[in-house]
Design a protein around this ligand. Sequence first.
Ligand code: G4P
Length: 528
Amino acid sequence: MSLEQEIEKRRTFGIISHPDAGKTTLTEKLLLFGGAIQKAGAVKSSKIKDHARSDWMEIEKQRGISVATSVMGFNYKDVKINLLDTPGHQDFAEDTYRTLTAVDSVILVIDCVKGVEIQTEKLMEVCRMRNTPVICFINKLDREGRDPFELLDEVEEKLNIKVRPLSWPISMGKTFKGVYNLYEKSLTLFTPSKTKVEEDRINVSDIQDPQLDSYVGETNARQLRADVELIEGVYPDFDPTEYLAGKVAPVFFGSAVNNFGVKELLDTFIRIAPPPIPRETTLRIVEPEENKFSGFIFKIHANMDPKHRNRIAFLRICSGKFARGSNYYHVRQEKSLRFSNATAFMAQDRETVDEAWPGDIVGIFDTGNLKIGDTLTEGEKILYTGIPSFSPEIFKEVVNMDAMKTKQLEKGLLQLMEEGVAQLFTYELGKKKVVGVVGALQFEVIQFRLKNEYNATAQFVPQNIYKACWISSHDPKKLAEFIDSKQRHIARDKDDKLVFMAESRAWLQMVQDNFPDIQFHFTSEFKD
Ligand code: G4P
């Protein structure tokens, strides 16, 4: 098969949702359709439930499970689908943000009872930054949920994206009858079943057809006709190019646990979701069809065995063909590396991969050469962009509790930061080290892993910091003046970039007003 054909048949995506909306259930059903698993219940939930806080075994288990289910590749109707798992637990949100840099589109799951929840808003912000195409799946229609029109309005308002329903529910909860596919003009009737794989579609090309009444009842048929009229009047026709530009999200309704509406979603997904897309680098846009291989690392996972420090780096292939055993150029380190042990992810198995194509993810065993954001090429000195760090939410100073183990602590911290577990900020004055995380659970993970894997003892002291803002200015003199006047609050991130550690929202606002020539950025990647 030619490179173009390999690219055309690939779809690389992630599922995002607020915890408990049904991401794991939907993943499992998609794998069922792909034949990657044989029965429901085979996908272990990769989430840490709230009650499992401080349960180390649970954290260790999570690390193990999430390698296995980090990337699930499967084939469906001649399409090679790569599904990238995103941790549902909000304390691991940073990991999810980065995974979103490696996908070409996302499916967003919303619980019809709860509507748009906070975690979804944050994840969608990341999608909006990159104009990632989004398909919405409104789940749990077998429950008494909110009015579908109201849900759609909420999606538009809170997630800042236009929507276009492609299917429409007929009633809900106990009286849920099924969905009407507005695109194909077919009706799928609902029968609760956790094991059913096929759905029966009935062709109802004319919604005025009296037959409809006999399928769903007179009242429901009347309601559906009114709803469809309203939809056609309010929402413009679905335009796939707008979807691909990340401007409009098609919406489906269903019930993942009952395997209802999932096949419909998958069939539409493979038809409209984008194959691997061109990607930006520091120098130019790279097209997937280019013959020369290139890709970037978006995730690093420590090995489970603390005695061996090798790690698995996840490489997203962006162009050309990746061939095992070849030498590739590591742009940051300016050296050539040989990759003889790349692994492909097929469903839950890992197998050695001889070649991989744009859109594919391969796992590389690494002993410390690679870090998140690294670019690999056949020699060209380009760096993939769009893998920024976001300002953490909670900050604590690292205090070494065992002076004999200073080196171990430093090494441990460095490696954990390279894995992207948290972000380290080193103050210019006094070299104080402050770790920033998105969720408090991360501190416990870090402390535990420092002890367990590096034999270092650290304590964390809370800091009064609201946000870490990366700073820049068109005027180097003004920047120097600013640094001078705010010395106590200036730090450097892992890449030595300048960061202003703001103590409160009000104070940050005041400083921004007082220093109009300084730009404050909430992500590490910005255009001046
Ligand atoms: P998550 O990965 O997004 O966190 O959600 P997950 O799939 O684990 O689903 C959360 C809960 O919602 C699960 O129940 C799951 O069975 C249920 N669920 C998923 N889809 C549907 C649906 O269409 N209808 C209804 N009524 N429930 C649904 P649980 O009790 O937390 O777990 P379990 O014991 O059922 O596995």
